[in-house]
Design a protein around this ligand. Sequence first.
Ligand code: AMP
Length: 193
Amino acid sequence: MSLKSICVFCGASPGARPVYHEAAETLGRSLAERGVTLIYGGGAVGLMGVVADAALAAGGEVIGIIPQSLERAEIGHKGLTRLEVVDGMHARKARMAELADAFIALPGGLGTLEELFEVWTWGQLGYHAKPLGLLDVDGFYARLTDFLDHLVAERFVREQHRDILQVGESPSELLARMEAWRPTAAPKWVERG
Ligand code: AMP
């Protein structure tokens, strides 16, 4: 699957350790070097700003989508290829999903998790057939991936739906897995009785 644009979800905070900053920078640069357009939340703060700046510095195209209400808090990035200001959070997520061929989550907080899980449930329901990736920087997501395996073992999530989310420790490893991923037509797991 050739990925021309990728939406990155990540913290509006920088996190506690420099590894997060470094990972965001590496991912932004890797996308630009591959000619992949970066779609993201449009902010200039935290890891959001870092990934956008790195992609722009490497000559990449970056499109930001920011709700009007957050433009001040997250400081709409002024140097993007394009910044779209939309009406609210739902419009932001819908627009990012429309523009992107795939989605990657870097380390982040509640907003990052919410965005990742929502787009994942859309994939599970067959609303789209786009791959998702989790960049597991220095084991940041290890406890989450353990819990996801638990969901599969306890038969609340199908293996095929778990596999919509590929995991990698570096952008190149993760992007290779996402490109190799093929959608399956497994229906959502619903057992009656
Ligand atoms: P966080 O991971 O909490 O630092 O947030 C990262 C990004 O997610 C920021 O751009 C937030 O504006 C965004 N965000 C926060 N809450 C939500 C939400 N409920 N749905 C979608 N995005 C959100």
